[in-house]
Design a protein around this ligand. Sequence first.
Ligand code: AMP
Length: 281
Amino acid sequence: MRTLRTVSEVRAALAEPRRAGRSIGLVPTMGALHQGHVSLIRRAREDCDEVVVSLFVNPAQFNEAADLAAYPRDEARDAALAADAGADLLWAPAVHDVYPPGFATTVHVGGVSESLEGEHRPGHFDGVATVVTKLLVAVAPDVAYFGRKDAQQLAVIRRLVRDLALPLRVEGLPTVREADGLALSSRNARLSPDDRRRALALKRGLDAAAAAATAGTTDAEALRAAALAAMREHAVEPEYLAVVDPDTFDPVADVNGAALVAVAARVGEIRLIDNTLIGRH
Ligand code: AMP
């Protein structure tokens, strides 16, 4: 596996494989790789001839300076994990490679980016859409891989790719979890032992909503109440807990098709998100 820094290095490295008709898969990450990222890289390895993993802690998508400063970084460890999972190229640009002096472009996806994460993290999805557009344009992959753990991000990217008619397929892969159900996240390492236990509130809340849905509840308020009660057993209050359409992220009042239950909560200092699909899907 080779490590690249600049957009020109990426284009040069992919020119020959592209000419030879080899398929290219891209897995965008912010590093601090865990088994969730590994599942995306492995899937890209199965599907594609050339696997590119990008590693960039994107300042533009952090709406809290402290969160950006505390974000775990270990390129050597990430490179070893990415290589082991089957990556051919690791693109780890510096901030000035992605945002050279004078950079003044923002990609804004409307609609689906406005609610939930968009509302609670102002500017976050502009940062995501801008950097993902830059990654997609530089790599020009046949397939790009994202986790459903960040379900709204996935919906924003699907919208972006459709709207700009970018010639690639977007794959959304299932959330990888710890044995007890906690969704893997680079931020989990920063949880204190007590908060690590309380962090289960998110999954327990989602499970309670899913169980109520399976038992026949379709009213979103009743589903939310079931989830809230389960979260409060762990002394965690959600920042939001919503039943939404999985594509548009518009609120759903009565679940009669597929719906997504999405939750965000601060556990100690750490903000976590999770989601689950309910209903017919
Ligand atoms: P991040 O490095 O957190 O920006 O995540 C990079 C990619 O990995 C995104 O597409 C995430 O949705 C995905 N991802 C993060 N956590 C998980 C997980 N637990 N399971 C599956 N994919 C994940």
